[in-house]
Design a protein around this ligand. Structure first.
Ligand code: DC
Length: 235
């Protein structure tokens, strides 16, 4: 394993349900392999934030035509932040990493990510970022639409009640007063919305391997991953 960094680089696509730890897992893999980690959800969130700040979303109502008109002026870039061990996202040069995870953005991002022109622009950017391989990309449509030719596709899932519990613990640790029932309802609703939307719905690629991490630690997930990764490298 010591010569991983000398081996030909591949694309690793990680798709799956929300709140199952895709980004944590993808970040760990990227650090282990010396690959670039790209959080595509952050890109949909960045477009949503920009639309909110430029009048295309008012009081939670999305004006789709106005969002599409803004697309040409949105330039998204990533810059590695050694403190986080991951890249921060910038829109037109402004750091927005902290602003894209608010509840206002979370509430509108599903609607924005269902707009076909938004998906076309972001998918093209993602394909360009992975053109030279050596990327770990997490999202909903990476193995099916963005990189159908990815050498390793992982479909992550976990029991909805386990995911709700993790999200609940996270929010409570931040001091948010939320109920476990409310979170579990939201997790199930988002699963349904992600899987049933008309454009690029969340679905498992035929050649993806499933990782159900309901009862796995991050270290166990990494061991699972390295086993599959070395099989590909040696094939
Ligand atoms: O991974 P996340 O929860 O930060 O993603 C935010 C939203 O973006 C989520 O509602 C699904 C959507 N998304 C998408 O449609 N396609 C992707 N490749 C990534 C995220």
């Amino acid at each position: 394993m010591s010569d991983i960094k000398q081996q030909p680089k591949i694309v690793i696509a990680i798709d799956g349900h929300s709140s199952c730890g895709k980004s944590t897992f993808a970040k760990r893999i990227a650090a282990r392999l010396g690959y670039i980690f790209i959080d595509t959800g952050a890109m949909y969130r960045a477009v949503t934030l920009y639309a909110q700040e430029h009048g295309a979303i008012r009081s939670g109502m999305i004006d789709e035509e106005a969002v599409v008109r803004l697309l040409d002026e949105i330039v998204i870039t990533f810059r590695f932040n050694p403190e986080r061990g991951a890249s921060d996202i910038y829109v037109n040069g402004d750091l927005v990493e902290g602003k894209i995870r608010t509840i206002e953005v979370s509430n509108c991002v599903s609607g924005v990510s269902a707009i076909p022109a938004v998906r076309r622009k972001l998918v093209a950017m993602q394909q360009e970022m992975g053109r030279q391989r050596g990327v770990v990309m997490d999202g909903r449509d990476i193995g099916t639409v963005v990189f159908p030719d990815a050498e390793l596709k992982i479909f992550m899932t976990a029991d909805p009640s386990v995911r709700a519990r993790r999200r609940y613990d996270e929010l409570r640790a931040k001091g948010d007063e939320v109920s476990l029932e409310e979170i579990e309802r939201n997790v199930r609703e988002r699963d349904k919305a992600d899987s049933s939307r008309a454009v690029s719905p969340l679905r498992q690629a035929e050649d993806a391997v499933v990782l159900d991490n309901s009862h796995m630690t991050v270290d166990e997930q990494m061991a699972w991953f390295m086993e599959r990764f070395s099989k590909i490298q040696n094939s």
